[in-house]
Design a protein around this ligand. Structure first.
Ligand code: UN1
Length: 484
């Protein structure tokens, strides 16, 4: 152990170590409160982490499926048992409300539980050959050392839906979380390391490196056998190019500009209830959040009125206060970016009907009023790009056909939704929307943990995450022929 008292941040080769440059994280709900002090890893730390992971991975691969299942079960239990403390950490450094954070941690616990069972039933196939006296086995093997690069907005569940299948199917992991949420990443790593050690497995097969994307993230991408990334399109594209050069597999979950269609037959109050949740909870910082409400002319005014009324009643404030429904945005960078998008909306002729400004609260924080624009066109910047904040707009359309065309007129294709009682339109929308996920009479955000997650177009690249699809990315197929 070094004799200085630099904060210990990284878990490398089975031990906790400090990094170099200091990183102080302030509570986005109260900038006068230090949420934690950390130090950043460097590229040499990554090299050591990958070497350790490589030498540990064969032990993990050789473990029985029951041992792997038990480790994931232990991770799941520790997440359930520790959820209150973990939620407090996530709320204090990331601005999630406590109910939001508890929901996310519970989801992560269920994810680990789901993959605890998947470890046991990892499938293979035995087939007959076209040649007499020959048999064919199709088996799945671990890929090796997987690099996981994850964002700050779901700092537990998004990592867990990568970590759990990576471990379940016998891989080692290098985890580079967002450096905006180091505290919760450290807490989750402690749980994983303890679960491995309790089952006699080398903790060095799981490594945590906290650092910035350009050096630490890039070093991870340069050294591992596969990369799963959730984050922005620009970073994702750079990672994909590098992975192609190295000819390693890559899985990307990127942004969205998710449409929610509201048809004339809907109940405007119910539509607004769904809409507010869909666009504004977690301050809109969900890749599945609704950015565009595409609303049929006949219900437009009633829907907008119901939205504005509900938005006025939303309680925005300190994430740790029990009455708060919407916390701050994560940091100054996001706040500034959101305010710039609001300006751009106004400059391009959108009409602001709710929010649009920073909010003052008793504590200094990054509070932004949930914002709704009307009179917007699908070509406006706020409807083309992903804002990633509590900002949404209404696009008025004549009928269902126009609504579907507008919904599909986007570079993205992550989530989508329609609010209607018409079976005919609901079925048609489900079949024709160009998105990885689609919701009927539900918010576009908020997904289950046991089914595939992912998008189309610029929203995703590579095989689906979660559910039974997860095995595709985290295993590699071997076809074995045997003459008897
Ligand atoms: C959800 O909508 O429940 O970054 C999950 C995100 C996604 C997770 C969304 N990876 O917002």
């Amino acid at each position: 152990m070094p004799s200085d008292n630099r904060p210990i941040t990284n878990f490398i080769a089975g031990s906790w170590r400090p990094g170099r440059d200091r990183l102080d994280i302030f509570n986005p709900s109260d900038l006068d409160e230090l949420a934690g002090s950390y130090t950043l890893a460097g590229a040499d730390d990554v090299a050591e982490a990958v070497a350790a992971a490589r030498s540990a991975q064969p032990h993990w691969r050789a473990a029985t499926v029951e041992q792997r299942s038990l480790v994931l079960d232990a991770i799941s239990r520790a997440l359930f048992d520790g959820k209150d403390e973990l939620a407090r950490i996530a709320a204090a450094e990331g601005g999630k409300t406590i109910p939001d954070a508890l929901g996310e941690i519970t989801r992560a616990a269920h994810l680990a539980r789901f993959f605890s069972a998947e470890a046991l039933r990892a499938p293979g196939e035995t087939l007959g050959s076209v040649r007499p006296g020959v048999e064919v086995d199709v088996t799945r093997e671990p890929v090796g050392v997987i690099g996981l690069v994850t964002p700050w907005n779901f700092p537990v569940a998004t990592p867990m839906w990568k970590i759990a299948p990576a471990l379940a199917f016998g891989n080692a992991v290098i985890w580079k979380p967002s450096e905006k949420t180091p505290g919760i990443s450290i807490a989750v790593t402690r749980i994983i390391a303890a679960a491995l050690e309790a089952h006699g497995m080398p903790a060095s097969l799981f490594n945590l490196v906290i650092g910035a994307g350009p050096n630490v993230g890039a070093a991870v991408v340069d050294a591992v056998d596969a990369v799963s990334f959730t984050g922005s399109v620009n970073t994702g594209r750079r990672i994909a190019v590098r992975c192609a050069e190295r000819m390693i597999r890559v899985q990307l979950e990127l942004g969205g500009q998710n449409p929610l269609v509201v048809l004339g037959d809907a109940d405007p109050e119910r539509a607004a209830e769904i809409g507010v949740n869909s666009a504004y909870f977690h301050a809109g910082q969900r890749c599945t959040a609704t950015g565009r409400f595409i609303v049929e002319d006949s219900i437009h005014d009633a829907f907008v009125a119901a939205m504005v009324e509900r938005m006025a009643a939303l309680r925005v404030g300190h994430a740790l206060l029990p009455e708060t429904q919407i916390g701050p945005v994560i940091d100054e960078f996001q706040l500034t970016k959101n305010l710039q998008y609001i300006d751009t909306g106004l400059n391009e002729g959108a009409r602001l009907v709710s929010g649009g400004t920073r909010l003052e609260r008793p504590t200094r924080g990054y509070f932004l009023a949930p914002t709704l624009f009307t009179d917007t066109g699908n070509a406006m910047t706020i409807n083309r790009e992903e804002v990633f904040g509590p900002v949404a707009s209404v696009i008025r359309v004549r009928d269902y056909d126009e609504a579907l065309a507008v919904a599909n007129d986007t570079d993205y294709g992550l989530s989508s939704g329609i609010i209607t009682n018409s079976m005919k339109h609901a079925r048609h929308f489900q079949a024709n929307i160009q998105a990885g996920m689609t919701m009927l009479n539900l918010p576009t955000a908020g997904v289950d943990y046991h089914v595939p997650f992912g998008g189309r177009k610029m929203s995703s690249y590579g095989p689906r995450e979660q559910g039974r699809s997860a095995i595709e990315f985290y295993t590699i197929i071997k076809t074995a022929y045997r003459a008897l």
